[in-house]
Design a protein around this ligand. Structure first.
Ligand code: 13P
Ligand code: SF4
Length: 384
């Protein structure tokens, strides 16, 4: 975003306004009522009227009612690539969350406008690392005398400001499918990594895929003086993990795994690497959203799968594979609340506005931030 966030007062989802953050903000639209029985027809008609001028992207965690109108579905990285590969579409409607729309804006041509149907669709994990906090962390690393040894790596699920910071400091962006390759690259360049903002993806990759011990990792807490770490701890650490997590994947526990194993004989537990370390070590398989989809598609009929990721995706996989027993890992229903903010009324409002020539909810990253963020994204694309 254009303006770095200066502070983080409590802001309830959907109330107040802070477009410089990932948090929920008001959507300015006059939305059609959710009860309107013509919504599906209205979306279809608006999309047909717009033809090739609009390209609708749908993240795997989106609702079915929205996914049915997506020209392409995918994880955050695939969707940004798809948007970049469609320069003939002046309007990209991104059914996902704010950081994804920012990445799409960075990777698309200047004449293309990226639209987020509800500005309230932020990401609580991305909000856990603000620009000022990360600048302050770098000062702490300098004071400890280790900054020159540190290569910053940020997960795709971070604001454009953070990607820009990482690009400016010679680092790289990663996704859950290429985190190991990004870390291999980073450790060939420096002795330590600052991993933002998801501590779990960083820890799980370092320990389970790179042979690090848990003691090689320390957690930097942005709300504590000096990150809550001594200079000696920062000097000894190989992996400095930011204290951030996904509120959806963070819900799964070792008990959820034990419970499903007790209830469903022979069940395979398949989880996303944003889950806690105790969960991934208790699971049978770990992988990104795309990996989870491919694994279920390739599974033998009659097999059972307890899947630890967002519920819209798990339910869609269960419906698409009735010959396999696909279930949600937790007993409690849990959607990503911000992903779910994009619903049919918001999509209809966005598309009908475009038909009238009104372009709502455009996500724009300023050129300076975009240039640095693009360097970190390009570095990811160039990973061996
Ligand atoms: P991917 O889209 O990269 O799988 O990330 C998972 C996620 O939590 C998206 O918000
Ligand atoms: Fe953010 Fe987690 Fe929701 Fe993804 S699933 S958008 S990481 S809160």
């Amino acid at each position: 975003m254009t303006t770095p966030v200066r502070d983080l007062p409590l802001l309830l989802l959907g109330e107040g306004s802070d477009p410089a953050s990932e948090r929920g903000v008001d959507c300015p639209g006059e939305l059609p009522p959710a009860s309107d029985p013509a919504l599906v027809e209205r979306a279809r008609a608006a999309k047909a009227a717009l033809g090739d001028s609009v390209f609708v992207l749908g993240h795997h965690y989106q609702r079915d009612e929205v996914i049915q109108f997506a020209d392409v579905t995918g994880d955050s990285f695939k969707l940004a690539q798809k948007a970049a590969a469609r320069p003939e579409a002046p309007y990209i409607v991104f059914c996902g969350v704010h950081f994804m729309a920012e990445s799409a804006d960075i990777l698309t041509a200047p004449h293309q406008k990226v639209i987020l149907p509800d500005l309230g669709a932020g990401c609580s994990m991305a909000d856990m690392a603000t620009f000022d906090q990360v600048e302050e962390c770098w000062d702490v690393l300098e004071d400890a005398g280790v900054a020159d040894d540190v290569v910053p790596v940020t997960y795709m699920n971070s604001s454009a400001d953070i990607k820009g910071f990482v690009g400016r400091h010679g680092g790289v962006v990663c996704t859950s499918s290429n985190a190991k390759r990004a870390l291999d690259w980073a450790y060939a360049k420096g002795k330590k990594v600052l991993f933002l903002p998801d501590q779990h993806l960083g820890r799980n990759t370092a320990v389970l895929e790179m042979g690090f011990s848990l003691d090689d990792c320390v957690v930097y807490s942005p709300h504590r003086r000096g990150g809550g770490l001594t200079h000696q701890q920062l000097r000894d650490a190989r992996m400095i993990l930011w204290r951030g997590h996904c509120s959806v994947h963070g819900r799964f526990s070792k008990e959820s795994v034990d419970d499903v194993r007790a209830r469903v004989p022979g069940v395979n537990v398949l989880v996303h690497p944003e889950c806690r370390h105790e969960v991934v070590t208790a699971a049978d398989q770990i992988g990104s959203t795309e990996y989870i989809i491919k694994t279920i598609e390739a599974a033998e009929p009659g097999t059972s799968w307890a899947v630890g990721t967002e519920l819209n995706l798990v339910r869609r996989l269960a419906n698409a594979h009735p010959d396999k027993n696909v279930m949600f890992l937790d007993k409690t229903v849990c959607y990503c609340s911000t992903m779910n903010r994009i619903d049919l009324p918001h999509l209809v409002w966005t598309l009908e506005a475009l038909v009238r020539g009104e372009v709502e909810n455009v996500i724009t990253v300023d050129e300076d931030t975009a240039r640095n963020a693009r360097a970190a994204l390009d570095q990811m694309l160039a990973l061996p």
